[in-house]
Design a protein around this ligand. Structure first.
Ligand code: GAF
Length: 387
């Protein structure tokens, strides 16, 4: 049984258990890992994430009234019960804000969401920088839109991306960009997705890892991060201020010369990261398209250094596993996602997987850090209806 089928089965069982009902359907949406292009999505830049085969499944039953009942297989997640009018900013907190907030923003976008009973189950690790929250939002969004009678097409998916971003920004209170929601809803299995975050145009990019004898390893430091804790918002505010001082709508339009025009060294460093990260994304895409994926390692390394030194979003655990992975033969490694914990990725030769795993565990052990968990990942499909 695939991981998605397993999560679907668990969601259906939870729906029966909690709300005593059978689903009209089960929808899944993936977590993601970002190959490169970090902290550029809210700056109008380019990023290259891929969907994971790890998913959140939502088993959903349409109701005839305006009640909304949500539950999760996560033992720490309190069930939510309310009405369609109770789902907006300031009304829901905790995990349910992601799901309820998405239902609220769909309503704001003109979708006539019906009352629903829903149960979710996920094997995307929480707080690991693998976008468990966007996978939940995307599964909820697609299920509710379909049960509202909408046809699943590209236009609908773009609307759902914007609704999920709005839920996260306005109901959850995390001012994130749109990378995670976009890849959750538009990914193509077997490819990474180049996202132009200014207008949400996407292009699939086949990485060709297996053909090159390579794998992508995710190293979860198991140090939890949270995006709503203030640091993410501070980085975003720095970028907005730098763009304002440079007279730019998007900081991604800054040039290396613009960096020098900024007086504040902190804003210079933030801008240098954004400018150089977009250049690295373009170079990675060029190399991958030329069949030279084995050569992108140094760009991953440079991305990590930039996130650590200029953007200041790394953590000691991330620096340690990145360094250990490289010493054990990884071609390149870097932190992924928002930072301050969560996961790193390493591009490795398949034959080196066991050695890299041993090395990162040993390096953390020597420093008294939490033992990390590794997994090699392949590119999965976007949100979809399973049954
Ligand atoms: C988090 C956010 F949700 C994304 O929008 C993105 O900014 C990322 O951090 C950093 O690239 O995953």
């Amino acid at each position: 049984m695939s991981g998605a089928e397993q999560q679907a089965r668990e969601a259906v069982a939870a729906l029966r258990d909690a709300w005593g009902t059978e689903p009209d359907g089960v929808w899944t949406a993936p977590g993601r890992v970002n190959l490169i292009g970090e902290h550029v999505d809210y700056n109008g830049g380019r990023c290259l994430p891929m969907a994971l085969t790890r998913v959140t499944a939502a088993a959903v039953r349409r109701r005839d009234d305006d009640r909304v009942r949500l539950t999760s297989t996560d033992p720490d997640a309190e069930p939510f019960e309310g009405t369609l009018a109770d789902l907006g900013p300031g009304q829901v907190s905790g995990w349910a804000a992601y799901a309820a907030g998405t239902l609220w923003s769909l309503q704001q976008a003109g979708i006539e969401v019906p009352g629903l009973d829903m149960a979710v189950s996920s094997d995307v690790p929480l707080g690991a920088g693998l976008s468990s929250s966007a996978s939940l939002e995307a599964a909820v969004a697609l299920s509710a839109a379909e049960l509202a009678g909408r046809t699943d097409d590209q236009q609908l998916r773009h609307l759902l991306i914007q609704a999920a971003i709005r839920a996260e920004n306005e109901v959850v209170g995390a001012g994130t960009g749109g990378m995670d929601q976009t890849v959750a809803l538009l990914a193509e299995e077997g490819s990474a997705l180049l996202i132009h975050t200014r207008d949400f145009r996407t292009e699939p990019v086949q990485l060709g890892l297996a053909e090159a004898g390579l794998e992508l390893m995710v190293i979860d430091t198991r140090v939890k991060h949270t995006l709503a804790d203030g640091q993410y918002a501070k980085r975003r505010a720095d970028c907005d201020e730098a763009a304002r001082q440079l007279g730019l709508e998007w900081l991604s339009d800054a040039t290396p010369a613009d960096v020098e025009r900024l007086a504040d060294p902190r804003l210079q460093a933030r801008t240098r990261h954004v400018v150089s990260e977009n250049q690295r994304v373009d170079r990675v895409v060029e190399l991958v398209r030329a069949g030279r994926v084995a050569e992108i390692g140094p760009l991953l390394d440079a991305s990590h250094a930039s996130l650590r030194d200029d953007y200041e979003v790394s953590a000691v655990e991330l620096d340690v596993v990145v360094e250990a992975a490289r010493s054990a033969g990884a071609l390149g490694a870097r932190m992924v996602g928002g930072g301050f914990g969560g996961s790193a990725i390493a591009l490795i030769r398949s034959a080196d997987a066991a050695a890299v795993d041993r090395a990162v565990v040993a390096a953390c052990g020597e420093r008294g850090l939490t033992e990390p968990a590794t997994l090699t990942v392949t590119s999965g499909p976007a949100a979809r209806r399973l049954s």
